[in-house]
Ligand binder design. Structure first.
Ligand SMILES: [Zn+2]
Length: 245
């Protein structure tokens, strides 16, 4: 085989794949190749994206454990997966005029406060993706704390936490499409369901699972949510306080 320069990293390559970066020797892009890419990326059930989507629904801990233990190519990258699902949710919310984080039920008599809260709400809703990442950090931190004798580190636990939180956004998508997302009872039901999904999926990482482990992860999850909510309450309160000075 004739040697060539890798188009991705510039290394000299004498095989079909670059030994430095792993890229295959590339030819000019043809329509057929675009078709193949779309098919293998989205439609082919063996594609990492659909595989990740399917298994996160029926057996989330299988995805987490296999990914953490090194079967990474089999699944879609957790960060990309999360950004895709969250972007889908944000798009559906925008198309249906749904506010994902709704602070309008916070009663207030002062008009300046209302304006500030509306501004705060707009900021929060435009920062949903980084906020979900922050929430995954909190969950991973508390999981690491309650399971500190297990082998997984904080950095490793971040990926299951992120995949868990973002995959559940698909349930939010369904609720938004059904027009029940902003209803107080469905908000409560969605919160309970998300805690159940988190407990079920995240406890499964620490095998063999036991009642005690479910309890420990429940505590970690609730602590993560509580800190997250407190941070929100504190920010809303500070905005209220400073706007009334
Ligand atoms: Zn290369």
């Amino acid at each position: 085989m004739q040697s060539f320069t890798c188009q991705n990293c510039g290394a000299t390559v004498e095989a079909k794949f670059c030994g430095q970066c792993g890229q295959k020797k590339q030819e000019r892009i043809t329509l057929g190749q675009v078709g193949d890419d779309v098919y293998s990326g989205l439609i082919d059930f063996e594609s990492p994206f659909l595989k990740t989507l399917y298994f996160l629904t029926v057996n989330p801990s299988k995805v987490y454990v296999e990914y953490l233990d090194g079967a990474r190519k089999r699944y879609f990258s957790p960060v990309r997966y999360s950004i895709w699902i969250m972007t889908l949710m944000i798009a559906i919310a925008a198309m249906t005029d749904t506010v994902i984080v709704d602070l309008s039920q916070l009663e207030s008599n002062a008009p300046e406060l209302e304006t500030q809260l509306a501004r705060f709400q707009a900021i929060i809703n435009s920062l949903l993706i980084p906020l979900y990442f922050a929430s995954a950090c909190l969950t991973a931190g508390f999981l690491r704390f309650v399971f500190r004798n297990e082998k997984y580190t904080f950095a490793e636990l971040f990926y299951p936490a992120l995949l868990n939180i973002s995959h559940f956004c698909l349930v939010y998508c369904i609720a938004i499409l059904l027009g029940v997302f902003q209803n107080a009872w469905s908000q409560l039901l969605l919160t309970v369901l998300s805690v159940v999904y988190m407990c079920w999926g995240l406890t499964g990482i620490f095998r063999p699972v036991s009642g005690k482990k479910y309890l420990k992860s429940f505590i970690a999850i609730v602590l993560g949510l509580a800190v997250y909510m407190l941070a929100f309450a504190f920010l809303s309160f500070s905005i209220g306080y400073f706007s009334l000075l």
